[in-house]
Design a protein around this ligand. Structure first.
Ligand code: AQP
Length: 335
């Protein structure tokens, strides 16, 4: 088993326990994690990246609850602790340690270019150094496990590119240490747009909850949010990113939940209006989320079992992480 897993390529990904996990996170990233795990072809590692959540101020009690919520959601969507490593980032202190070391080889200019920092810092009254340094911590998360592939949404591409740059730089400066990871992006669903504004991505930190459908939204809330979702001028249900960005986004969501090609859905709704399409879309989402919501309840009612899984996961993760860190400390000249 150990021999076999050594030959497998490593997959690493994570979600920050900030705000409500939404269908953008699910369709862009988490849903494919389960497929990858089930293929049995990879060593799969999924982390609740709590140290990323505190790059903007968090209420400690709410953060604690969110961390457990995200972990239970991982399990509810089908991440199986028998097949994948699942753990909390802050339980493996090597993440912060490598993050610091990577900061010391990261040019300021590289971080200043990050579009996510530019977007997120605009929403903050006081911009914290941690928000600026977030991408180096993310690089550490990935590099600690000698990750080959990182399944993420499109918004994370720039951060993966930086991770590659830092890994190459470290290897060149101190000798071969890190595997150079590659992004793994879904063909559709890699960028689900906000329901209230199809110009921007659906986001956990959006001002209005009408921007997103949370994985734990009730059927009534889902119906309401889809009803008020922005549409485009005209009445045709047609996929056209340029001319009909809002309807194209809704079609993408429909297609991914119903597992039907977009053209087929367009045909079904020929001559029908937005109201009918939206009504059906809400039901498709409700149906798609209902199994994971039911499973979530089981885990929510059993936090001790979830914590036991996370602790075991952290112990296993630490085996690889500490091996990488020993090598890093030695290479950079620590005694
Ligand atoms: N709109 C999206 N469409 C597709 N994929 C998305 N992801 C995020 N938004 C979309 C992917 O979800 C994974 C986890 O995201 P994250 O927790 O790292 O945080 P984020 O990307 O910063 O998510 P948000 O929604 O914008 O939340 P805030 O504003 O709170 O940080 C990643 O793989 C991401 O690509």
């Amino acid at each position: 088993m150990e021999m076999e897993s050594k030959k497998k390529k490593t997959i690493f990904s994570g979600v920050a326990p900030s705000g409500n996990i939404h269908i953008g996170n699910y369709l862009g990233a988490i849903k494919q994690w389960v497929k990858i795990q089930e293929s049995g072809e990879f060593r799969t590692i999924f982390c609740v990246v709590d140290e990323h959540a505190i790059t903007v101020p968090q209420d400690p009690e709410k953060l604690r609850a969110k961390i457990m919520e995200v972990a239970a959601l991982y399990l509810a969507v089908g991440i199986d602790p028998e097949k994948s490593l699942i753990f909390i980032q802050s339980h493996v202190s090597e993440h912060a340690e490598l993050g610091w070391i990577l900061n010391t080889i990261t040019p300021l200019g590289e971080l200043q270019r990050m579009t996510q920092f530019k977007d997120k810092s605009q929403k903050q009254k006081s911009i914290l150094a941690g928000l600026f340094n977030y991408p180096t911590l993310m690089a550490a998360d990935i590099l600690l496990y000698q990750t080959n592939l990182v399944p993420v949404g499109e918004d994370q591409l720039q951060h993966i590119e930086l991770t590659r740059t830092l890994a190459k730089k470290f290897n060149a400066q101190f000798g071969e240490t890190f595997v150079i990871p590659e992004p793994m992006i879904n063909k559709t669903g890699a960028r689900i747009m906000g329901l209230d504004n199809p110009e921007n991505k659906m986001s956990k930190s959006a001002e209005s909850p009408n921007n997103y459908i949370a994985l734990l939204d009730s059927p009534e809330t889902i119906r309401k949010k889809i009803k008020v979702a922005v549409t485009d001028s005209g009445s045709e249900i047609k996929y056209d990113r340029e001319k009909k960005p809002a309807v194209s986004n809704l079609l993408t969501i429909y297609s991914l939940f119903a597992e039907k090609p977009i053209e087929e859905i367009e045909k079904e709704y020929e001559g029908k209006g937005y109201a009918e399409f939206k009504k059906d879309l809400a039901e498709v989402i409700i149906e798609g989320l209902s199994p994971l919501q039911a499973k979530y309840k089981e885990f929510e009612n059993n936090p001790d079992a979830v914590m036991a899984i996370l602790k075991k996961g952290a112990e296993k993760a630490k085996e690889t992480a500490s091996r990488t860190m020993s090598e890093v400390r030695e290479k950079i000249g620590f005694v």
